[in-house]
Write a protein that binds this ligand. Structure first.
Ligand code: CMP
Length: 146
């Protein structure tokens, strides 16, 4: 089975109702291998979003991600990466609202930066991002194949 990294962004973590709803949705769709509240430092956030360095939103995004605690989870299921990305919906909130009004970003996103949640976009990204936020987590073959 596949694994992925999910991150609930700071404004969601400040909203008890949103946090509860999203956690319930996650529990009913995935095995949760790890979950923790995490304070992402500016340095960690810059490493995490390194591929976006130089883009106009990079500073805004990395500053926002360390503005308060996030909630990070390692999820496991069949086709986990796509499944979580589908539940999140489009990156841009205005697109989410118009095309998939029930997705997480349409319901809880506030802007393209504060778009409620993050999900890895590939297996390679999942491994890289998990290593950043869960350095103690050992990815073994049983975890990916069970
Ligand atoms: P996320 O899934 O965390 O991964 C990269 C993030 O970059 C994305 O969600 C958005 O928050 C942010 N992002 C991508 N495109 C834009 C944009 N055009 N304007 C502002 N933020 C963006």
């Amino acid at each position: 089975m596949e694994i992925t990294l999910a991150v609930l962004k700071p404004h969601v973590c400040r909203n008890t109702y949103a946090l509860q709803q999203i956690k319930a949705l996650i529990s009913s769709n995935f095995n949760i291998l790890e979950a923790k509240e995490v304070r992402i430092t500016k340095e960690l956030s810059e490493r995490f979003y390194a591929e976006h360095k130089g883009k106009f939103f990079y500073n805004r995004l990395t500053t926002f991600m360390h503005s308060g605690p996030c909630y990070a989870l390692i999820l496991q299921s069949e086709a986990c990466i796509q499944k979580w990305r589908h539940l999140m919906g489009p990156t841009k909130v205005f697109r989410a609202v118009y095309s998939e009004p029930d997705c997480i970003r349409a319901l809880y996103g506030l802007s393209d930066t504060r778009n409620a949640c993050h999900g890895s976009d590939s297996e390679a990204s999942a491994l890289r991002e998990i290593a950043i936020l869960f350095p103690e987590f050992k990815i073994n073959k049983t975890c990916e194949q069970t």
